[in-house]
Design a binder for this molecule. Structure first.
Ligand code: TXA
Ligand code: MG
Length: 318
């Protein structure tokens, strides 16, 4: 629970150009006033994030979208009407009021209206659009609890609003467009199937041919310190190696559990939605278990499985 006092304090910090960590339905974000270049620069500094990786601007009301973008094509308008507030960000030509530092110099800006009452309340009280990446050090696992934020960013952030664990657990889907075709730059909380049900066939950036990949979408990302490999094979137990296992459920597991020093089940019921919500916290627990390596089982790339596999691939990139 966030008290009135905490909301007011956080909103005034934002207006003063300070940073605040806040909950959303996807992951915790590190917020700054998007219209204040100095405040936004501080996000890059605190995260250790390269300046070529653009930020998402968060708004409290879907109707505010048009204040910050020059145009909204029909396909993107349909997406906004259907899924906002929700875990999807739309990339559109920005107005001149959005500072270049927010978009890493790109003429487009990613905008999202989160499906989280406390997040929208904070943005509303601050009275400005909020630039917010995930509240982790660059390249590390995204935070799904306020405790995760405190562990990584600690004293660098004057206020961390705590509203419990995030219910979606993976970041927003990032979409843009190319002519009439919607491009998925990053798979996330709103599934490709749901988007295609609305606007027809989409491109998946970096995978489907000839579609541009998103600025700042680096291969290595969301990574634990412990080496992580994606594998569907059983292991031959060795005495002196400590191996962790990240798998969907006990029923789905193909190997005996005894060779593994630590096992994390993402969803006892085998639900990809539940698995997404548990993914980052489970990766953190494995990373803290002093293992030599982590084996992650692949999941089907349908629905939230597409975002889960995207994050696992980035976590396994060395
Ligand atoms: O769920 C989320 O989106 C979370 C919460 C806090 O809202 N935020 C988040 O932000 O994941 P971040 O900074 O960790 O990821 C933003 C990604 C960038 O890495 C980039 O790939 C994409 O969004 N992006 C931002 N602006 C873009 C643009 N103008 N064109 C293409 N992609 C963009
Ligand atoms: Mg991030």
């Amino acid at each position: 629970m966030i008290t009135e006092e905490q909301f007011r304090e956080a909103a005034s910090l934002l207006r003063e150009g300070k940073l605040v960590a806040f909950p959303t339905e996807t992951v915790y974000g590190l917020a700054a006033n998007a219209l204040n270049s100095d405040a936004v620069a501080r996000i890059f500094e605190v995260k250790g994030r390269p300046s070529f990786d653009p930020l998402i601007v968060h708004i409290a009301n879907a109707a505010d979208l048009r204040k910050w973008v020059e145009e909204v094509p029909e396909s993107i308008q349909k997406i906004v009407d259907e899924f906002w507030p929700g875990p999807i960000s739309v990339v559109l030509p920005k107005t001149a009021t959005i500072p270049d530092i927010v978009t890493s110099g790109s003429p487009t800006v990613a905008i999202r209206c989160p499906d989280h009452i406390a997040a929208r309340r904070l943005i509303d009280l601050a009275g400005v659009p909020i630039a917010a990446p995930s509240a982790n050090r660059f390249g590390c696992i995204s935070p799904t609890t306020a405790q995760h934020v405190r562990e990584q960013l600690g004293d660098a952030v004057p206020s961390v609003l705590d509203d419990g664990p995030c219910k979606v657990g993976v970041e927003s889907t990032v979409v843009g467009y190319d002519g009439n075709r919607v491009i998925i730059y990053r798979p996330g909380g709103i599934t490709r199937e749901a988007i295609e049900g609305l606007v027809g066939k989409t491109f998946l950036a970096g995978t489907d041919d000839q579609s541009p990949s998103s600025p700042g979408q680096l291969t290595k990302h969301y990574a634990p310190r412990t080496p992580l490999v994606i594998s569907a094979d059983p292991i031959s137990p060795s005495h002196d190696e400590r191996i962790g296992l990240l798998t969907l459920s006990e029923e789905s597991e193909i190997d005996s559990l005894s060779p593994y020093s630590k096992v994390e089940f993402l969803s006892p019921e085998g639900s990809l939605t539940e698995a997404a919500a548990n993914l980052f916290a489970a990766m953190r627990r494995l990373d803290a278990a002093e293992l030599d390596r982590i084996i992650a089982r692949p999941v089907p790339e349908t629905n939230l499985g597409l975002a889960i596999m995207d994050r696992l691939r980035r976590a396994s990139a060395r």
